[in-house]
Design a protein around this ligand. Structure first.
Ligand code: NI
Length: 128
């Protein structure tokens, strides 16, 4: 393939600006895509349900707030400026006692609710 001499497809993305565009919780918005992954922003508040992902790993990067991720054998706390990667198959339950704003990176094909479909499942994700 020929190298490309213009940068028109390069965009600088401001995470906080994207997070300010919506208020709802547990509804990830796509803000970028690379390779087979999607970069999403999402606001979390309250408890999610237990689930796992058959084939995918996911990365939770906390922008503001404090995220708890429960595993069957322990709970980890992820603070601002920290991220955590959940390996495939590992059961997890995110919890945000107060609102948390995060960047979430996972394969384009991943459903937000993992192996189960619930009222929280988002099938047609918005790009913002
Ligand atoms: Ni998950």
């Amino acid at each position: 393939m020929e190298p490309i001499s213009n940068s028109k497809n390069v965009k600088v993305v401001n995470i906080k600006e994207k997070l300010n565009k919506f208020t709802e919780h547990w509804n990830p918005k796509i803000v970028g895509e690379l390779n087979d992954d999607k970069v999403q922003v999402v606001k979390l508040k309250g408890e999610f349900h237990w689930h796992h992902h058959e084939k995918e790993e996911e990365l939770f990067w906390v922008i503001t707030g404090k995220l708890l991720i429960h595993f069957r054998d322990r709970t980890v706390e992820v603070n601002e400026g920290e991220f955590v990667i959940i390996p495939k198959l590992v059961e997890h339950k995110p919890e945000a006692p107060e609102e948390v704003q995060i960047v979430l990176i996972e394969p384009r094909t991943t459903l937000n609710t993992g192996n189960v479909e619930t009222e929280n499942t988002v099938k047609e994700q918005e790009h913002i």
